[in-house]
Design a protein around this ligand. Structure first.
Ligand SMILES: [Fe+2]
Length: 276
């Protein structure tokens, strides 16, 4: 990734060079509004993302949610993303007993690409329109992940490695990441949290160090950008939200129940490197 992608002025300049035009009508077969009523248009969602750095307010159609849950229950996931250590989530306790390290995350690696419901989301016209509108370019699919966050004590190093401290991800000049909770997520299940507005307003020193922001203590970032700007996203299974991963964010450490999270990222250009 270009070193320059860490600077807000460069990110905005690249986006502004695009000329995306939204289609007149969009079929949102896989997505619905989170609390009933009409889905907000991709233009409205993109405007909110432009102002806040993220948008919370849509949900999976129930059939998509159920298909993803069935996939997660019937296919192996991988211990701390190690392809040599598969297990079924129903055998989590046995897996934890055998392991000589904490089980922090159980990812399906790339196997979720074989799930039909995932393919429907990856090509969903509504999600693509939201991403394209925000990026001002036709959105390019980068990668996604389906993974369990497992309650376990985390060291600071593990928190940094698992994206459980405030950080930003720079996978392209600008990207959009969609998240869907597949299990109910309250305060104890590792909710996602954003610091509103930090995709557009960030100290130059913090832009300069790019993803190195992860090394700055959460408390320092909260003091700098304002505790009142923190939005902790909790909600029922199926809840979806979209964010610019350059906006400071983290997945909190779950301490009660495991949390199953699906994420998909779209950018302007295709890249192979990917950060969570
Ligand atoms: Fe992240």
């Amino acid at each position: 990734m270009s070193w320059l992608a860490r600077f807000i002025v460069v990110r905005e300049w690249v986006a502004n060079r695009g000329s995306y035009r939204a289609p007149a009508a969009i079929d949102a077969a896989a997505i619905q509004a989170a609390e009933g009523g009409a889905l907000e248009s991709p233009t409205q969602v993109a405007e909110i993302m432009q102002s806040q750095g993220y948008y919370v307010g849509f949900a999976l159609q129930n059939c998509i949610l159920q298909d993803l849950l069935t996939f997660a229950e019937t296919m192996p996931c991988y211990t701390n993303r190690n392809p040599a250590l598969p297990f079924f989530i129903k055998h989590r306790e046995q897996c934890e007993q055998k392991l000589d390290a904490p089980l922090l995350v159980a990812s399906y690696l790339d196997s979720h690409e074989a799930c039909n419901a995932y393919q429907r989301l990856k090509t969903d016209p509504y999600l693509l329109a939201v991403a394209s509108q925000y990026l001002n370019h036709p959105a390019v699919y980068l990668r996604g992940e389906l993974a369990w966050g497992i309650p376990a004590p985390n060291t600071l190093t593990e928190k940094i490695n698992m994206a459980r401290v405030y950080h930003c991800d720079i996978n392209d000049f600008k990207t959009v990441k969609f998240f869907f909770y597949l299990t109910d997520v309250g305060e104890g299940e590792g909710p996602h949290a954003y610091i509103r507005g930090t995709h557009r307003h960030r100290q130059l020193g913090h832009q300069w160090i790019g993803q190195g922001c992860a090394a700055i203590d959460d408390e320092v970032l909260l003091e700098t950008y304002g505790r009142d700007r923190v939005h902790v996203v909790t909600g029922p299974a199926g809840l979806g939200f979209a964010g610019d991963p350059y906006c400071l964010h983290k997945g909190s450490v779950p301490y009660q129940k495991p949390r199953l999270l699906l994420q998909l990222e779209f950018g302007i250009y295709p890249y192979r490197i990917w950060y969570f």
